[in-house]
Design a protein around this ligand. Structure first.
Ligand code: TLP
Length: 345
């Protein structure tokens, strides 16, 4: 029986499954800073294998994973290319500048995809006045562009443009498994186009804590050192790595249910006059604009609360995320309730 979690705010709210809780209890642990935690080592090897990389690193969060990946591939004073609404640029507390002393060169993507010609056009030349361009960061799925999965072809095109200029590529793949499931491809087909890939265990995959970074032995060695610098040497971390192993073994295929529920939600909300669906819904995110109802974001949040749901909205544009703990019948009940509330405006 799945514990209900009627919360549209994010897939970060997912709670560990009973199997994860059992794995936590039974985890064999050691000191991970000495490389001696067998459970962490197993998780790192599993993640690397699944994504087709040489090595893996367990980190505390997506933000820490992105930060150590970027640091491993850049030097102070470099410029890096990012999509204008990427999470690394917008939502990671300016760590690039503060920790990496890096400059950001942002480009406008096409539904989150950085066009290869924009990579080529953004690379600095050898002019003595210019910073060195060293890295491109790609986000898949792209969160603020509607949870859109970038295709293998799109990833390949960006990779090729980057490599023409000897740039590194980092994939912020917080939800790369959602992308793979939605596209019907193996995750390593997407991951092959990143020198480093960060993905989250604690979002749709429902582990309570943590993310992974995967890449070459050399890059992971550097990233591990930066993780230590940032306070991410976690000692008996097998306790939190154990549910990550369950996440990778058991929770990937079910992401298709979250995507189906997002579609169900989209179809229902799309039938309500005054609610506008903002992006194609391909994974577990639905962005809507409720201003056509005459509602603010706050009024939407209050309406959801009346129905027993948590939602988040600072503006009339709302992101609804489906995840473990939300079933099709919950979405149907929500749609019935919200349709009724709207009809009484
Ligand atoms: N995203 C969170 C919030 O920070 C917005 C969410 O609710 O979606 N990359 C991407 C694409 C992300 O969406 C997130 C988290 C991260 C990185 C950072 O992960 P954490 O929160 O583990 O540091």
């Amino acid at each position: 029986m799945v514990e209900k979690n009627l919360d549209f705010r994010s897939d970060t709210v997912t709670r560990p499954t009973p199997e994860m809780r059992e794995a936590i209890y039974n985890a064999v642990v050691g000191d991970d800073v000495f490389g001696e935690d067998p459970t962490v080592n197993e998780l790192e090897a599993l993640a690397a294998r699944m994504l087709g990389k040489e090595a893996g690193l367990f980190v505390t969060s997506g933000t820490q994973g992105n930060t150590v990946s970027v640091l491993a591939q850049t030097s102070r004073g470099d410029e890096i290319i990012l999509e204008r609404r990427s999470h690394i640029y917008l939502n990671e507390v300016g760590g690039l500048a503060v920790i990496g002393a890096l400059m950001s060169r942002t480009v406008e993507g096409e539904l989150g995809w950085i066009r290869p010609e924009d990579i080529r056009a953004s690379v600095r030349g050898s002019n003595i006045h210019h910073a060195r361009t060293s890295l491109v960061c790609v986000e898949n799925t792209h969160n603020t562009a509607g949870g859109i999965p970038l295709t293998v072809e799109q990833m390949k095109a960006d990779w090729e443009a980057a490599k023409e200029h000897d740039l590194g590529v980092h994939i912020d793949g917080a939800r790369i498994f959602n992308a793979a499931v939605a596209l019907g491809v193996e995750v390593n087909e997407l991951a092959q186009y990143g020198d480093t890939v960060q993905f989250c265990l604690s979002k749709g995959l429902s582990a309570p804590v943590g993310s992974m970074v995967v890449g070459t032995e050399e890059l992971i060695k550097k990233a591990r050192k930066y993780r230590k610098m940032l306070g991410g040497g976690m000692r008996q971390a097998g306790i939190i790595a154990a549910p990550g192993i369950v996440a990778l073994k058991r929770m990937v295929d079910r992401l298709a249910d979250d995507h189906a529920n997002a579609k169900l939600l989209t179809d229902g909300l799309g039938r309500i006059k005054g609610i506008k669906i903002l992006y194609p819904v391909m994974t577990n995110m639905v962005y809507i604009d409720v201003s056509g109802l005459g509602w603010t974001g706050r009024e939407w949040v209050e309406a959801c609360a009346k129905l027993g749901w948590k939602s988040r909205g600072y503006t009339p544009v709302i992101r609804l995320v489906t995840h473990y703990g939300i079933e099709g019948e919950d979405i149907e009940a929500f749609l019935e309730g919200i349709t009724d509330l709207v009809s009484r405006i």
